[in-house]
Design a protein around this ligand. Sequence first.
Ligand code: UD1
Ligand code: CA
Length: 460
Amino acid sequence: MNKSFACALVLAGGKGTRMHSDSPKVLKTLLGESMLYYVYKALKPALGEDVFTIVGFESGQVEKAFPAMKDRFVLQEEQLGTGHALQMGWGRIMDAGVEYCLVVNGDTPLIQEQVISDFLAAVKEEGSDLSFMSITPDDPASFGRVIRDKDGHVTAIVEAKDYDEGVHGPVSGEVNAGIYCLKITVVDSLLSKLNNNNNSGEYYITDLVDLAVECGMNVTAVNAGNSIDLMGINSPFELAQAENALRLRTSERLLKSGVTLHSWESVVVGPGVEIEPGAEIFGPCEIYGRSKIERGAVVESHCRIVDSFVSGGALIKAYSHLEEAQVGPECMVGPYGRLRPGAVLEEGSKVGNFVEVKKAVLGKGAKASHLTYLGDSEIGAGTNIGAGTITCNYDGVNKHKTVIGEGAFIGSNTALVAPVTIGKGALIGAGSTITKNVKDGDLGVARGKQVNISRTFKKS
Ligand code: UD1
Ligand code: CA
């Protein structure tokens, strides 16, 4: 598709009252990504950078979530309806120097890039002045009803709230999907004619249809059948339905590509995640963001993995949480492991149950098997960290680093008060609170001496 043919305007200014949320509806997520993420992803191949967005309710939150779209947000201060949103964006559209504007409701996240390019191609071929996509779902719900004359020509879209069978006739089942393509120079003359004389008291973009028909313009509707892909999401229930559909679709795609999924219906994988064929995942579990799981890696059930890399041969045992972490080949994590941002596990290293790692590198083969906190640390290859070891990295104001050389042995229940360096091959006695550096090979012990006092019991 020729990029200069059209620009796009995404309508994302509404509050989404039916969602009962204090944040903008379009930021509600499916598989860890917002509705708008999916809409932008679908638009990008055909529209490139020419995508503007109407923001209104909590606009700052939407703008912050998409820094790459900066300068292409248009503020609709008062949300007076979809027609009003279009009016607010019209100046930017006119300035874009293109023939058509594709308008997409921001609450339509299942939309696919193919649907958009087919729609634009149909509009181009037909030369329509105003075209929109329609669907024929099982339940017309709150969608705008499409009205056609006896010859099948579209004459209007009437919103559910305003639909009167006595006036408009029986409902046909065909409804408006909220995706429009407008010939900019032609539709320009209609915008000022929109009014809010309806049961919602809002300016409807859908009123452009009968206005255009009245003016003798070429109006067409492209029907996409009963596709769930064009469903608009207004309520938590609809969000759940769409997310469910997307989840099953993703799991099916992964299975067919060669990924082994157990309890596949409860494996939740985000759209930006890469899982190589030959990886094995046990549901229920969630994998989000820009995560990558390599061939030969195993992720057990009840894990949550976000923006993390899991190498081939690694085993992530049940109930582990990974965020911005890197797990090298043949590593073991968990059960109940927690890798926070900056955790790097080099080849063959191990983090066991109830071990938390943050901004710390565990060298090749290093082990922290039980009940430990490693923060702001470098742990040398082959080092063993005993149960209950804590790196005391925070003094209440600043964070400090703990460096432990290769082949060291840290006895159980050790507190390492950073900044501190433990040399290669050093040994730390169990129960020590280490505040001073320990040289290579030395033994560091810092604990109270045991005193045994015999007790005599008086018989009463
Ligand atoms: C709209 C259509 C309806 C269609 C349905 C498809 C109108 C009047 N009706 O209804 O015919 O069947 O979509 O899903 O358009 N928005 C703004 N500013 C506003 C109001 C809304 O930007 O002042 C945005 C919303 O954030 C949303 C989109 O426009 O992303 C659609 O608004 P919504 O209120 O969901 O419209 P529907 O009632 O679903
Ligand atoms: Ca909607």
